[in-house]
Design a protein. Sequence first.
Length: 67
Amino acid sequence: MKELIIKVEGMVCNGCENRVQNAIKQIEGIENVVANYKEGTVTITAKQEINKEIIKEKIEDIGFNVI
C-alpha cells in the first residue's frame, strides 16, 4: 500500500471534506481517502503508486487549492 498526504486550502466544513473525498475516490486504484478540514489535509491510500498530478487536478477542479 502507498500513502500520500496532501495539504489543501479552502476546506471549511464536513461538506468540503465529503466533496474532496468523493472526487478522489473516483480515481482508479484509490483504496481510501480521508479529508480533514481542520488540519487542511487529505490522506490517500492506494494499491499502487499514486499520481499526484491527477489528484491535484481533481481537487482543483472542485474549487480547492493544493499547497
